[in-house]
Every structure is written in structure tokens, then in C-alpha cells.
Design a binder for this molecule. Sequence first.
Ligand code: PRX
Length: 653
Amino acid sequence: MADTHISSLEVEARAFAPPSGFSAHAATMLDVHEAARRDPLEFWAEQARRLTWEQPFVEVLDDSRPPFYRWFADGRLNASVNCVDRHASERGGRVAYYFEGEPGDREQITYRDLKERVCRLANALAGLGVAPGDRVAIYMGMVPELPVAMLACARLGAIHTVVFGGFAPESLADRIKDCGCSVLITQDEAWRAGKRIPLKQNADRALASCPGVHSSVVVRRTGADVDWVEGRDHDYAQITENASTEFAPHVVGAEDPLFILYTSGTTGRPKGIVHSTGGYLTGAAATHSWVFDLRHDDIYWCAADCGWITGHTYIVYGPLANGATSVLYEGAPNHPSPSRWWEIVERYQVSILYTAPTAIRTFMKWGDEHLAAHDLSSLRLLGTVGEAINPEAWMWYRERVGGGRCPIVDTWWQTETGSIMISPLPGLTVTKPGSAGEPLPGINAAIVDEQGEPTGQGRGGYLVLTEPWPSMMRTLWGDDERYVETYWSRFGGLYLAGDGARQDEDGHYWLLGRIDDVVNVSGHRLSTIEVESALVSHPAVAEAAGVGRADERTGQAIAAFVTLIGDADGNEGLILDLRDHVAATIGAIAKPASVVLTDDLPKTRSGKIMRRLLRDVSEERQLGDITTLANSEVVEEIAAQARQRRSAGEDEE
Ligand code: PRX
């Protein structure tokens, strides 16, 4: 039988002990781990008691109909009460969000303000006929009205579906139609890198094919003139201005959906991931406090967008449930200059920063000088999410941003899991550049081979979750069958994450990328992330993607695409050097057959490298759908370069 495990060639010897300032956290987390081991259900029940329940639950887990698990199902609560009211009544003057607009406008929003805004909008939405269980689409930039809109829906018992403001009208329309939204909340225009993004105009185009939407609410952000459909469109300021600042929360069952969030699978139509109210909020609040060691005086900044799950869980629901003070930034990281983020850290004295590897590699590319002029000494903890982080990018984050003193939490999770599943705990875990640490308390993971058997230490395989957890997705909207088929059918009863991983001798997890991205060279299944990390460890490289393309001799060969740091000289010598560097770092088997230098790599709108397109380019296939890319223009450029290199006969030695 063929060896089906994923070879892992990367050897990373660097490791960092938790700093002593986190020892209180270490003691707490040891107890939490112990409680989870002793009695998992009682443990989760205890975590759920972080929340305020209108009717306490009795049953913790109903597992009578797997994989349709139900958590805390006889309990009743309201998410906005948990995120806003309990803090507004006890310490209403506490800042919930420091909002920083891209043009430089600023606003402080206390929990008391937040409650008033949420109630006003809930009243206005109720006036438009929004009722419990209705779906409301939210298509906005990162302005305070976005979390307010999410919470107003929650207050009413309506289900929100946030569509990232970078999506085109067609994507918005598809999502609105899939879940049958009746109302859309949007804004005139959004600011992005100094440009105006015409959200209302896009929304109008989308709504042309969505007759089910009877009303839209429009926030005036830039004040631009926009088309107006009388009777359908409502000005946010006008309809909330005289609305009451009280709105009796609609109490829902713990299993009632809080939101639907669409995630584009690798192929096919987007999947509407459905999250519950009680279980989701429990996972969001618990993990946010454990992983970020949240303290009362922290200024927390998750630099994601509310259009993604990271924004839902770690900008809105987790931090607000925990009464945290967050920074909310509207715009691009390089507007008006590449030091914008570091100005923000300094201005608000940010102590916890949570971002994505793509942002970190971009800052590396822009150069260290943009950080140098800013005092980043307030930072005490750094986090990353979204892709595997290359060890060199991790080291750069640690040294240049964290001054060598901040632990890094590399958090693995998915839209589907709702909250962080695998992550170092800053007080407990010895962190290693590129490793996501271990499953959190109450989370059970394993790595299995094609037969569903554990691969054993050091060997890569499929990452699965073996027990249900409260913040897990409940189904795909309107498609229970696809839910079962996609996540639960491969290894009956185990949740298939779709990622490769291996565990090292300390039990730490190393993510190896999506299973679909594995490359098979001469019968060895290699993870592209390891080839990429080897390339990024070369001093001239900022970012790299490796993909497999058909090869007569070896089955597949590795084609590499590389972006250089700042003004590194991309000559032929460097290309040879890069190929040798990979061979020397992880072995000759992984040596790229070709290297294309490019100004940028094709990325999804959430910043993930789109390897599928690079495979198409490498195999000279007709390019698949590129409309979902954040930067579609780079694809043609890369394709042209790849063609040029092929005709120059670079490949295959
Ligand atoms: O492949 C994994 C990668 O992102 C996928 C989930 O993407 P999404 O649903 O958009 O959610 C992103 C934010 C949670 C995963 O299947 N991924 C996420 N975090 C990591 C990661 N890969 C490696 N390391 C991570 N820390």
C-alpha cells in the first residue's frame, strides 16, 4: 500500500519559554486544563456560566443525533445583553471601542454608548418589520455601525449575515438570496487606502436581483451623493435619531442561530456556516480570555475585518462578552503611510495585537524603518491567524514588533469551528516559530492517515477534531446533507478540518496547509508550507508560494512563486541561489523545479495565498475563476513571467 502520510522535512530548533509576567495566567490555565480533563461536560457547563442566562440550561450536550450536536439547548439568553447590557450597567463608562477612521477621525465608544446605539437601531429595524428569525444582510466597511448592526440584529433575535465590503455585487446577491434576507444594512461609501469604495452602488446592483429585500438602511460615511430608491432606502441617522435608547431584548433558545457567515469552499457555491447563540458565545468568550490572557487594563486590537469569522469572534462577540476595550481601525495598513499601524499601537498603547501572516509578511516587505520611529513598548502579547506562519515571519514579528519580549500565539481555527481550537497559551506553552501549540482545554484533536488511524508522532496526516465542542457550526444554511458530506463523512464521526498537520515530540501541532495543496514528488507527499517557509528563510524573500505541477519524471514537481523584500535584486543568480537554499534547508526532494519572481502573490480577499490559481498557471491551464481574488491583476503578470521562463528553458535539471 502506498505511504499516504505527508512527509515533513522542516526542522525548527528555536523555542521560547513563556515570560515570567504570565505566571498568574499559567496557574489559572493549569486549573482550567485539569477541569476539562476531569469532566468535559461539567467543564463546558462552567464556561457557559460566564454568560448571563435568562433561563439557565440543564442539559449540557445533546448528542442523540450526530453530527447535529446541540449545546445548552434548554437554556435561553440574548447575545446583545451579554455583550453590552451587563457591562453598561456595571461600568458603563468603560470604553468598548476606540474607533480610528482611515482619514484620521476618532471616536470613543463606551459600553453605555454602545447599548444606546444598539437599542436605537434595534427599534428602527423593528419599525421596518424585522422579526425574530429573519435574516439581515450587513455589507459595510469597518465603521462602528457595523458591530452595532450585528448586535442590533442579535437584540431582536434576527440572524445577521455579514458580507465583506470587498465583495462584488454578484457575491453579495448570491449570499442574500441563499439565506433569504429581507433587509440590508450598508453605507454610502467606504474608505480604503484613500479611495472611496461605492458600497451603496454595489448594493443597488445586488438588490436588482434580490426582490426579497424590502428595505435597506444606509449609513452616511463619506457623505457622497448616492442613488436613492424611495420607500426602500432609509437613512441610518434619520431612522435612529429619534428612536428610543431602550429595546427589550428578545430572548432566544441557546440553539437558535446567531448568524450565518459564508465561506467560499475551494470549489462550488459558498457555504453558509450557521452558528448558534449559546454555544458560540461560550466558545468566543472563553477562548478570548484564555488565549489572550485578557486583563482589565488591556487595550486589545484585532486588526481583522468583521466580514470574516475572526472579526465576528475576536472583534465583536468575544471581546464584548468579556467587557474588553478594543481598537477598531477602518482602513488600509499603508494609508497615509506604511507606519499607520504602528502609530495606532503607540497612540492607544495597544497591549495585545492579533493579525494575519499575510499582514506580517507585507510589513516585512515594506521594511523595518516604518516601525523604528514608533514606541511599541505597550505591546505584551502578539497573535496570528488565517494561514500557517513561516518561521522567519514569526521571528520578525517577535523581534521587530514584540521587541523580543512578547509571546506569540499562533491560533488555528476556522469559520466552521467558531473559535480558536489550537493555540499556545502565553503563560504555559513553550512557543516554537511556526507551531500552533496544542488543542485548548476541552478541545480534542488528532492526526490520522487515509484509513482514519492515528499517524503517530512526527508523521503528517489529516487534522480531525474527535469530540463536539460548543462553538462548532451547526449546519450549512439550508443544506444539512452537504454539512454531513463535507465535514463528517470521510472518517465517520470525526470532524474533518481539511488541513494537514503533524505533531512533534512535545505534542505541539504544526499545520501543513490545505490537504488539496499537498504536492507529490517521486512518491513523497510534501506540504507546500514547508517549501514556502524554506524560501522565506532566505534573506531576500518576503513571501513565497509553492505548488505542484505535473512532471513526467517525478509525478509532480514544485513550482515556486516568490516576492522579494524591499529592493532585493531579482537576478538569475538569485533564482539559482533560492533553489539551492531550499535543497540545503529541507532536502533535495523539495528543490523547486522553477522559481518565478513576482511583485505580489494572488490572494483571496481575506489574504490567503490562492495556490489553486498558481497551479493553473504552472500547468498552462485555462485560468479558473479569478473574480474572488483581492488582486486579480497579478495573475496575468505571473502567467506571462512563467511562460517567459518556460520558453527560456529554465526547468528540470
Ligand atoms: O487552512 C487553515 C487556515 O485557514 C483555514 C480556515 O480559514 P477561515 O475559515 O477563513 O478562517 C480563518 C480565521 C480563523 C484553516 O482551515 N488557518 C487558519 N489559522 C491557521 C491556519 N493555518 C495554519 N495556521 C493557523 N494558525
